[in-house]
Structure formats: C-alpha cells, structure tokens
Design a protein around this ligand. Structure first.
Ligand code: SAH
Length: 366
C-alpha cells in the first residue's frame, strides 16, 4: 500500500493518467488545502478510479498521543504515534509573526551524541517521507482546530505553519532519501506550499549527507550542530566527528557558500554550551578561527539537563561571556533558550520520559 502523504505530485499525476491527470489536482487540494483525511471523497473523482485507489492507497495520519501547551510561550509539544505505535516528537513554536514546526526524521537516533537524550535511545527506525509530511499536516490541523490559541498570540486567521526545522528526533542526513522526498512534497505549490529557504535541515555534521542534500536542494537552509571545534573534544561529545572531522565539513561549506554567492544566505551554527566542557574563552576563540570566511549565524543554547547526566548547564555569567566574545569578534549571535520550559519541549525528552514512565509502570505491575 502507498501512503498519500508519501506521494509526490508527479507520481500521483502518473497514477491518475488512465482517467485524467486533473484528478491529481483534486486529490492534492483535498489533502493539503482542505486537510481532508479522506482525499478519495473529493468531488468529481471517477468511481472506478476511487475503487482502484482505495486498494492501492492509505493515509498515514499520525495521531496525537499526547499534547502539552506551554503556559509561558504557547509552545505546543506533540507526542505523535505512528501507525506501528512508535512515538516521535514534533514541536510547534509560535513566534512574533510566524509559526515554526520542529519535526523528527527518525525514531531514535544512531549518532549517540553524549549530551543528547534521543542519542541514548539508539536508532529504532527511519521515518518515511510520508511520516515527515504527516507531522506538518497534523500541526496544521491542530492550529485550525484551536482558534483561541491563534487569537491569544495575535495571529491572523489564515496563519499556519510555514517554517520547518528538522531539529526533532533523529539525524536527518542518516535518512537522506526520505528527507529529500519529504522536501519535494513539502514544497509542492499545489500541496503544502512551503518554501525551501524556510526549511532548515539540522545535522550533527554528516558530510556525505550534506553534499547529497545540497546537490539536490541547493536552496534549502542548513543548520550545523558544532558544540566543539577541536577534534579530540568534539569526537568525545559527537562520535560522528571521527567519521567526518569538523574541519572537513566546514571547508566544504565555505566552498559551497562562496560558490552560491548569495549574501542573504548563511549557515545556522548551533552550539550547546556545557559547563566546564566547552564554555571557556579559548573555545570561543576556536569558533572564531574555524568559521572565519563562512557566512553564519550562531545560536548558543544552554544545555538542557533532564534526569541524571554527567553534564551541567552553563552558569549565566559564563554564557554571557561566551556570547559577548563571539559578538565582539563580529558574529551574529543569539542565545536560544529552550522553548516551552514547563513542558520539557526539548530534545527527545518527552519520549524518553514517556518510556521511563512506561517502564516503571510495567515494573509496578509485575
Ligand atoms: N541530529 C541533528 C538534529 C537534531 S538535534 C543535529 O544534531 O543537528 C537538534 C539540536 O539540539 C542539536 O543542535 C543538538 O545538538 C541539540 N541538543 C541535543 N540535546 C540537547 C540538550 N540536552 N540540550 C541542548 N541542546 C541539545
């Protein structure tokens, strides 16, 4: 069976051709403009085609298993249940004039970054492109069903998710074929109609994946999780650095963005600050040395600690010193605090907590 959300417009046109290619438009409109969960109910579809498609297609809707809305900033965290029962996270983040959705690309993650909660789960499985698209549609349906949430934030009636960041569970470039397919579908004008520039793919530094992605989608925005600039330190935090040392990744990006020759574009550098590990002045200078010549914006993120951890978040003064150092060196730099502090809306926390809860429940039942 094919999933409607996993189907590109071009593919659907081919499947509709025996009847009329126009029907592809009707199905896409129904799915992506009307948010219908029964696209074969669209008017004007020939009965024979509907019968055929009902045997070939299903719609992976992805259910909301749990949702929590932050009282501080309106962030909505969804624990999403997929058809096989797997749980992933998607986070809706209202900003001043736009709404961003953080999506997952895998169930779990194979990268095992030492400070990351998802990293501890290991990789359970890849998401399909359809399961990525389903996260967007679930969020859009949620917004439509919650006018009060929208009005409280002063959004106009037509607002919906128009920005996507692949910063949920998983390393998107470990699932690059599904990722690319999802980008094709997400940017379909007659479909979700997102713009590539408003989609950010965040990577721990998967160089092969970066090349593959940028070749196919040179306009997509890239975010790079840096966290350390020296190989020894970085490999300890992020094992992926042993396979693709950060200097090689940065060298490739410098070349790519020089070629792209577009002043508007930059790489978002993410730097999670961990007390006593990567918050010293010489480490800030390491960033300056590494990134010179690459158009970047830097987000520094205080480590979010959940449960027992060998790591600690930075002291506020250390964070400020770090930021000021980068600022004085001429970088555009922002401290990004985790959204939805009251609902644990960061980095695999909800799923991990849910699993802990389930584990303790099964122990108490036993
Ligand atoms: N695998 C991708 C995207 C998912 S993680 C990547 O590495 O970029 C999204 C961001 O959250 C990454 O920058 C990651 O390093 C960061 N992160 C993970 N755990 C964190 C934590 N406990 N506190 C703060 N940031 C964290």
């Amino acid at each position: 069976m094919k999933d409607f959300f996993d189907t590109t417009y071009a593919e659907l046109i081919e499947l509709c051709r025996p009847w009329s290619v126009q029907h592809a438009k009707a199905i896409f409109r129904s799915l992506y403009k009307d948010y219908s969960l029964e696209p074969l109910n669209a008017p004007s579809l020939p009965r024979e085609m509907v019968a055929r498609f009902s045997e070939q297609f299903y719609l992976n809707t992805a259910d909301i298993y749990q949702e929590s809305v932050s009282r501080y900033d309106g962030t909505v965290k969804f624990l999403v249940r997929l058809a096989d029962g797997a749980l992933i996270e998607a986070v809706l983040m209202p900003e001043r004039s736009r709404i961003t959705l953080c999506v997952s690309s895998q169930v779990g993650c194979a990268q095992a970054c030492s400070f990351c909660h998802t990293g501890r789960m290991g990789l359970k499985r890849q998401l399909t492109a359809g399961e990525i698209v389903a996260q967007l549609m679930l969020a859009r349906r949620w917004i439509r069903a919650h006018p009060q949430w929208r009005e409280e934030r002063g959004f106009h009636e037509k607002i919906t998710v128009n920005n996507i960041v692949f910063m949920g569970m998983g390393e998107p470039l470990d699932n690059v074929e599904a990722l690319k397919r999802s980008l094709t579908i997400l940017c379909e004008t007659i479909g979700p109609n997102l713009s590539l520039r408003k989609i950010s793919v965040s990577t721990a530094g998967h160089l092969d994946g970066i090349k593959n992605l940028l070749e196919a989608f040179p306009k997509v925005s890239l975010a790079l999780s840096l966290h350390a600039t020296q190989n020894r330190e970085r490999s300890q935090l992020m094992p992926i650095n042993r396979r693709w040392p950060i200097a090689d990744v940065i060298a490739y990006l410098k070349e790519f963005y020089a070629r792209a020759n577009d002043d508007d574009r930059s790489v978002l550098i993410q730097y999670t600050v961990i007390s006593g590990v990567n918050d010293a002045e010489e480490q800030a200078q390491g960033i300056v040395d590494l990134l010179v010549g690459l158009p970047v914006k830097i987000n520094i993120i205080p480590l979010n600690v959940v449960g027992p951890s060998q790591f600690k978040g930075p002291e506020p003064e250390a964070l400020e010193r770090f930021r000021d150092y980068l600022h004085r060196s001429g970088f555009r730099v922002m401290v990004r605090y985790s959204k939805g502090q009251d609902i644990d809306a960061a980095c695999g926390q909800l799923v991990v907590q849910h699993e802990k809860q389930a584990a303790s429940e099964s122990i108490s039942r036993a």
